[in-house]
Design a binder for this molecule. Structure first.
Ligand SMILES: O=C(O)c1ccccc1NCC(=O)[C@H](O)[C@H](O)COP(=O)(O)O
Length: 409
């Protein structure tokens, strides 16, 4: 399929490059893996063409060659400091993807190859190819997030967020609230999701008032709330998180985001989050490790989400993880199967999780008391539920129906 887009390049600046991807690692690790991400390809560089960012053609005068695999390369005839930084930024991206792939992560963090260019008179076109087209919805979300976050960071740099931290509301104990609810009710502690829409289910609730829904959840006995902050794919927002926090709702709040950059953790904290989601299908081990440390530094709980055995095994190798979510939904295909929770908690793996004292959350596709009993039997101490309760006229009644019992007191 042919897609006609103006040629574009990623915007880069030393600050942006420093703030992207590895910045937090550099700040915490005195010896960053320089050799890896400052490795330069001699003479010839592929250019990144972001499908999301249309920027003016920079001052690289280049000659184009088409490779056998269909990707285009250009050889520079003139370089500047800015151009060199763009190359480095691309290399950081490629390095991240290589590391991620070696850990079984299929989600690429950014379009890894530039599309072939075609010239028709004065116009430049590009063809959609495997390299510049997201493979599934999760990859599309992550690529979009990459652009969104760099724009947000320009408006509110980390230094500004750090100053705002002084006035941020105190953090509440997310895991403590789940455990307390579990021992009080005998059911898994409920993380009730404030979600207007999702890519798999479309709009779940037209009359969506996040504060009203949050209050109903609290009244119905939710231990914690999960607030979708992604605007494009879930019709959520940080405004919702902030408004719920300001409304006086006492349940600790999970910022349900697609985190790809440590900056987002600070941003979540400033906007009233008590916990944040880290998705193992997106983040390599080192990112999870350092982001977990940043969460601890800020007092936030990290909910590390896995979907399969390999992701669970990776996460179990990382020290300091206290809360793990097993998503029953495959975020690439949307297939939901609650047996996934059971599968990942069986045998030696389950034993290891218990030994490590990790609290496990069963996530997605829970609709009935039988579903709750099934994942509880499998070993979860908490559940994360969206659709089945957010769709009810009165979400507090929805909670009672989900558990087959009033769990509010
Ligand atoms: O739900 C989706 O369509 C989706 C697509 C891509 C990434 C994440 C997605 N959902 C996040 C979740 O898994 C759910 O919001 C959450 O676990 C609650 O699930 P449910 O109770 O089934 O609404």
């Amino acid at each position: 399929m042919e897609c006609m887009n103006a040629m574009s390049l990623r915007a880069s600046s030393p600050a942006k490059i420093a703030a992207q991807g590895f910045s937090f690692q550099q700040s915490l690790n005195p010896v960053p893996p320089k050799s890896a991400f400052f490795r330069l390809m001699p003479q010839t560089h592929m250019l990144i063409h972001s499908p999301f960012k249309q920027l003016s053609l920079p001052a690289i005068k280049s000659q184009q060659f088409e490779l056998k695999d269909g990707s285009a390369t250009v050889s520079e005839t003139k370089t500047s400091e800015g151009d060199a930084l763009k190359v480095k930024e691309w290399e950081v991206g490629m390095f991240q993807d290589e590391v991620a792939a070696s850990q079984g992560i299929k989600i690429r963090r950014r379009p890894p190859t530039g599309p072939p260019l075609h010239y028709v008179g004065p116009f430049e076109f590009r063809l959609q190819n495997e390299g510049n087209t997201p493979r599934n919805i999760l990859e599309e979300i992550v690529w979009h997030k990459d652009v969104e976050v760099s724009q947000m960071k320009e408006k509110k740099p980390l230094g500004m967020l750090k100053k705002l931290l002084d006035n941020a509301p105190p953090v509440r104990d997310f895991i403590g609230a789940l455990k307390e609810a579990n021992s009080r009710t005998g059911f898994p502690g409920l993380i009730a999701e404030v979600k207007k829409a999702s890519p798999s289910r479309g709009v779940l609730r037209e009359d969506f008032d996040p504060v009203q829904i949050a209050k109903a959840y609290e009244k119905g006995g939710a231990a914690c709330l999960s607030v979708l902050t992604d605007e494009k794919y879930f019709q959520g927002g940080f405004g919702n998180l902030e408004a719920i926090r300001r409304s006086g709702v006492k349940c600790p709040l999970l910022c349900k985001e697609f985190v790809i950059d440590a900056w987002q953790i600070y941003y979540a904290r400033v906007n009233g989050a008590d916990a944040i989601l880290l998705i193992a299908a997106v983040l390599p081990d080192l990112d999870i490790k350092y982001m977990t440390k940043i969460c601890k530094l800020l007092g936030l709980t990290a909910l590390v989400e896995v979907h399969d055995e390999r992701e669970m095994d990776r996460v179990l190798e990382i020290d300091g993880i206290e809360l793990v979510g097993i998503n029953n939904r495959d975020l690439g295909t949307f297939k939901v199967d609650i047996a996934n929770t059971k599968k990942l908690l069986e045998g030696e793996r389950g034993e290891r999780i218990r030994q490590k004292g990790i609290t496990v959350v069963g996530e997605s596709g829970l609709f009935t008391p039988a579903d709750i009993a099934y994942v509880q039997e499998a070993g979860v101490k908490a559940v994360l539920v969206g659709e089945s309760i957010v769709k009810q006229n009165d979400p507090s009644v929805g909670i009672a129906q989900l558990f087959g019992k009033d769990i509010s007191s």
